[in-house]
Design a protein around this ligand. Structure first.
Ligand SMILES: [Zn+2]
Length: 245
């Protein structure tokens, strides 16, 4: 039996579906990932299909028999991000892909993180800030998925860190640990990055992106967070493989 529903959501994918229609994927705090058919969305007038990365209240028809939804209408939020630069599109696509992969356990936090990150991104005009948004999105998402331990002691042997050592990512524990507890050396963080990640771990995304980073550290941490994300997912991410991010 069909019924009408409404939910806040962000558009995390937008693809063609057959000759005339489009299919969008939404991430909603109420339902998680939803696949929604937009009938006639292929038509040229733009208003017919909500664009990628747009955020708003969506009015849908649910069809439980087909386990699908169809799109009726949307009311965009006031700060809805519509215009992105190419660089921002890369980061925004990565954010949506990772949110979908890692964030299914806590829909409310994941929705808040994706929508906040996209709004911040669209308002940003500088590269360091855009990298901070990516770094902090990954870090806060991993925290809300329960994958982050504190960075003051080794999660394997319990030894408290001195604050001057390097920590290495271990695939056995899916996190950073002391050098004695893993042979792996591919991904590591130095003392400066450790302090930054420790400090921002207790913050909300909005505040964490305000913590200053210099360009070199922002670039390093960006590469680290992308590699860390792929380790957690256990596979290559499409946005990374395609060179978008
Ligand atoms: Zn250890």
């Amino acid at each position: 039996m069909e019924r009408n529903i409404s939910t806040d959501a962000v558009v995390i994918a937008n693809t063609r579906s057959g000759e005339r229609n489009r299919e969008i994927s939404l991430f909603s705090p109420d339902y998680g990932v939803m696949r929604v058919l937009v009938y006639g969305g292929q038509k040229s007038h733009k208003a017919s299909c909500p664009p990628l990365f747009s955020i708003g209240k969506f009015f849908l028809t649910s069809n439980p028999l087909r386990n699908s939804y169809s799109f009726n209408d949307v009311k965009y939020i006031p700060l809805c991000p519509f215009d992105f630069t190419l660089k921002q599109i890369g980061i925004a696509s990565f954010i949506c892909e990772l949110g979908k992969e890692v964030g299914e356990s806590d829909h409310i936090s994941t929705y808040r993180l994706i929508s906040t990150a996209l709004i911040l991104l669209s308002a940003s005009s500088d590269l360091i800030r855009e990298n901070s948004i990516l770094i902090q999105f990954v870090w806060q998402l991993m925290k809300s998925a329960g994958l982050v331990s504190d960075l003051n002691r080794c999660p394997v042997c319990g030894t408290e860190y001195s604050g001057t050592q390097f920590l290495f990512y271990s695939n056995a524990v899916n996190f950073f640990c002391c050098q004695r507890c893993t042979e792996e050396r591919a991904l590591f963080i130095g003392p400066g990055a450790q302090r930054y990640l420790s400090l921002t771990l207790e913050m909300e995304l909005l505040d964490a992106v305000e913590v200053p980073l210099n360009e070199a550290t922002a670039n390093r941490l960006r590469r680290l967070m992308i590699a860390y994300s792929m380790n957690v997912c256990g596979r290559k991410l499409k946005t990374v493989q395609s060179g978008l991010v």
